[in-house]
Design a protein around this ligand. Structure first.
Ligand SMILES: [Cu+2]
Length: 141
């Protein structure tokens, strides 16, 4: 029963996202997307990222390679509009804490970072699991 309710809310979110994306593509000048890849293996976050730029579309792809459930959560999503896709379910908005990942599962987080810094993330199930994404100011090429 509760699953049905959740599904409906998320469907509504998807429609809203479609409208926002259409609006966004008119406003932005086809910026390139920058990627951060995070794999979870052996109760550790392994991060690979290119130098990140401010105000660019950023996608964080997270994959759980362990055979236990993990969580990818970060404060950075709380005040930032974030588009999360996990198991074919899309959520969009501010205040997203993160996503749970079952064994083998992937999730992606799309957002635009508007200030530099170290963005920390963690697994709420295993508090010792922590990682970070760095956004240093670099001159655009
Ligand atoms: Cu964990």
């Amino acid at each position: 029963m509760q699953n049905h309710w959740k599904y409906r809310i998320q469907r509504i979110g998807m429609v809203t996202l479609g409208i926002l994306l259409m609006g966004g593509s008119v406003l932005s000048n086809a910026q390139t997307q920058q990627e951060v890849n995070v794999s979870i293996e052996g109760y550790k976050f392994l991060t690979s990222q290119m130098p990140l730029q401010l105000h660019a579309d950023t996608i964080i792809r997270v994959k759980n390679l362990d055979d236990v459930r993990h969580d990818f959560g970060s404060q950075m999503f709380l005040n930032t509009l974030t588009h999360v896709e996990s198991s074919g379910v899309v959520t969009y908005g501010k205040g997203i804490e993160g996503a749970y990942l079952d064994p083998g599962q992937e999730a992606s987080f799309r957002l635009v970072l508007d200030h530099p810094g170290r963005f920390q993330f963690q697994c709420s199930i295993h508090p010792d699991m922590k990682g970070e994404i760095l956004l240093l100011i670099v001159d655009a090429v």
